[in-house]
Design a protein around this ligand. Structure first.
Ligand SMILES: *[C@@H]1O[C@H](CO)[C@@H](O)[C@H](O)[C@H]1NC(C)=O
Ligand SMILES: *[C@@H]1O[C@H](CO)[C@@H](O)[C@H](O)[C@H]1NC(C)=O
Ligand SMILES: *[C@@H]1O[C@H](CO)[C@@H](O)[C@H](O)[C@H]1NC(C)=O
Ligand SMILES: *[C@@H]1O[C@H](CO)[C@@H](O)[C@H](O)[C@H]1NC(C)=O
Ligand SMILES: *[C@@H]1O[C@H](CO)[C@@H](O)[C@H](O)[C@H]1NC(C)=O
Ligand SMILES: *[C@@H]1O[C@H](CO)[C@@H](O)[C@H](O)[C@H]1NC(C)=O
Length: 556
């Protein structure tokens, strides 16, 4: 090839590149001032974590593919990180907001999160992952609306409301942390809140209003610490349309069990007598049922809500049966204009099965929670940074737990606990089955960052390979958080196609704080920018990497 041809070829290549460069997706900018403040949701003044003076924190209202930029000023007296529960952070575990992926934002300083809500829709929430901060607030709703051109499988609602429900302690996060640090567990929560209110305030203002005849979307998330909650609306049925970021078959429910970390979107039509109605969140699987109420007011309303609250369901079986009614809508478009179900997960061969068994134990007399016998602890250098800078072996060993603790060492898995950084690696782009087996007497809720998984089964008892024939291999819902009932198991399946370091955690805050989490390292063998972004220029550095030269960037 002569010089002229080469030059021409280059010109063509440049022109082609220019044509394929798309306009950048829109940006949303936020500045958050995180401070302590005093609130009294249960009638007793207590310290809480506020964002721009708000409890709960401000809603993030975004649209698929938006770039979200949040400049967080930490005006607390402790290091802080936020995670974006259910946001997949494609190629970008750098912004995932866990202590295994990021250095915390030190008191009196600021850090700017920058991430894209790529190819996602639905209702999500954010919360602080550091210390026991989540017990004091700092959480808020995060919506991803569908792009205008993508059809949504229901008519536009009149309005959309975020409903954050959670159990609550009046002690404050430092006292709760001290209790856990001393080796004790948390007591029963003191109350339940709906958008920061218990409904027992002296003057109760309506939380939401509805125009007669109109349909509204309620985005309900359990942002609490440990308690599954049942959500219902007096006199009204709820049509379920979305959960954890997937459009679902639109069944109608009187009430929904929302486990810690999960979100549901429901449609509610104001088609009843014009007056006030209670929305109710009440604890499930607890000896005493604790209830919070809020008021929905019809705009043409005449009269107070009936004091008779709709009854809560009783028992586990009801909840399990409800789980079994959840189905993915295979024909709805998700964030892209193709059917959600065009990905036939049921036909992919499983390359690895990982069984996750949660256990509780005492190490030197202190309460610890573990996964397959290992109770996680975070090194001062975040795992992801240690790996990226090539000094992982100084800080942790990969794969210290077994893929099947129940056959290797049935007693060791549940009786003795080792405290160490718990990191496993999974081969990029492999299709993996994860079994969560809960041998405990209390409910468990598992969340995986960076992905959503097909929740193919939950059953009582122990898992065996024969159970696979009961899996829903057609239309299980793709989601990010799954409950596991006492002495039961749950199975999920997914392709590990998002390179990064991802947190698999018990959403139950006490369990997680005391070690029930691990990290999954998914490395792209090519170290290619197509698979993973470079460490952002603005990343905070701490521990051993603070003084090291930056590794060479990934190539294209
Ligand atoms: C954050 O809020 C505190 C308390 O209201 C105030 O003193 C401080 O100036 C605020 N900081 C910023 C950056 O807005
Ligand atoms: C959220 O964003 C959508 C799309 O930009 C907009 O239509 C809607 O009014 C916004 N809602 C709120 C509460 O800001
Ligand atoms: C801190 O905030 C300032 C603006 O007030 C901004 O210029 C700077 O980039 C922020 N620092 C980080 C690390 O995000
Ligand atoms: C699924 O989505 C399609 C396409 O938007 C919609 O027409 C259909 O009603 C939905 N099906 C169910 C059962 O909800
Ligand atoms: C899955 O495994 C079966 C049995 O080993 C094999 O026949 C089939 O070709 C595999 N399918 C795919 C898609 O790899
Ligand atoms: C997991 O890590 C070990 C130790 O660094 C390494 O030898 C192995 O190749 C890794 N496996 C995968 C699947 O990345």
């Amino acid at each position: 090839m002569g010089r002229k041809e080469a030059a021409l070829l280059l010109l063509c290549a440049v022109a082609a590149a220019a044509v394929t460069v798309r306009a950048e997706d829109p940006y949303l900018f936020f500045t958050w001032n995180v401070t302590y403040g005093t609130i009294s949701p249960l009638g007793v003044p207590q310290q809480a974590i506020l964002i721009n003076g708000q409890f709960p924190g401000p809603n993030i209202n975004s649209t698929s593919n938006n770039n979200v930029v949040i400049n967080v000023f930490n005006n607390l007296d402790e290091p802080l990180l936020f995670t974006w529960n259910g946001i997949q952070q494609r190629k970008n575990s750098w912004q995932d907001g866990t202590l295994g992926t990021q250095c915390p934002i030190l008191p009196g300083t600021n850090y700017t999160y920058k991430f894209q809500v790529k190819d996602q829709i639905g209702s999500f929430f954010y919360y602080p992952t550091t210390s026991m901060h989540r017990a004091a607030g700092g959480f808020g709703g995060l919506r991803i609306n569908s792009r205008l051109l993508i059809p949504v499988p229901y008519p536009d609602p009149e309005d959309e409301y975020t409903v954050l429900i959670n159990d609550w302690y009046s002690k404050g996060h430092k006292a709760l942390k001290a209790q856990l640090d001393a080796g004790h567990g948390l007591n029963r929560p003191d109350g339940v809140l709906i958008n920061g209110k218990s409904g027992k305030e002296a003057k109760v203002k309506p939380l939401f209003t509805m125009k007669p005849g109109k349909t509204y979307k309620y985005r309900v998330c359990n942002v609490g610490l440990k308690t599954s909650l049942n959500f219902r609306i007096q006199g009204h049925q709820m049509k379920l349309v979305e959960m954890d970021g997937s459009h679902v078959v639109q069944n109608v429910y009187e009430s929904l069990d929302v486990h810690v970390g999960q979100c549901f979107s429901v449609l509610v039509t104001a088609n009843k007598a014009p007056k006030d109605y209670y929305i109710v969140a009440s604890t499930r699987f607890t000896k005493q049922v604790v209830t919070a109420t809020g008021i929905i007011r019809y705009t043409n309303g005449k009269g107070p809500a009936s004091p008779v609250l709709p009854p809560a369901p009783v028992g586990w079986a009801w909840s399990l049966n409800q789980f079994r009614t959840f189905r993915w809508n295979l024909t709805a478009s998700a964030a892209r204009p193709n059917p959600q179900g065009s990905y036939h997960y049921g036909q992919i061969n499983i390359t690895r099965t990982i069984k996750i068994v949660n256990s509780v134990s005492r190490a030197s007399g202190k309460l610890r929670y573990a996964i397959n016998g290992v109770s996680h602890t975070n090194p001062a250098t975040p795992l992801k940074l240690a790996e990226y800078y090539g000094i992982a072996d100084k800080h942790f060993k990969y794969n210290i737990i077994s893929d099947d603790p129940t056959t290797v060492a049935p007693t060791a898995a549940t009786k003795t606990i080792k405290i160490a950084p718990n990191v496993m690696n999974i081969t990029f782009r492999t299709f993996v089955e994860v079994i969560f087996e809960n041998h405990e007497k209390s409910i468990q809720s598992w969340h995986l960052d960076g992905y959503s998984f097909f929740a193919v089964a939950i059953e009582p008892g122990r898992w065996t390979p024969e159970k696979r024939k009961n899996y829903n291999l057609l239309d299980a819902v793709s989601r990010h958080t799954i409950q596991v009932y006492p002495n039961s198991w749950a199975a999920v399946m997914l392709t590990f196609d998002n390179a990064g370091m991802w947190n698999l955690r018990s959403e139950l805050t006490e369990q997680r704080y005391l070690g029930q989490e691990l990290y999954i390292s998914v490395l792209s063998p090519e170290h290619s920018l197509r698979d993973e972004y470079n460490l952002p220029e603005t990343s905070l550095l701490c521990g051993d990497v603070a003084s090291l030269p930056k590794p060479p960037p990934y190539s294209v």
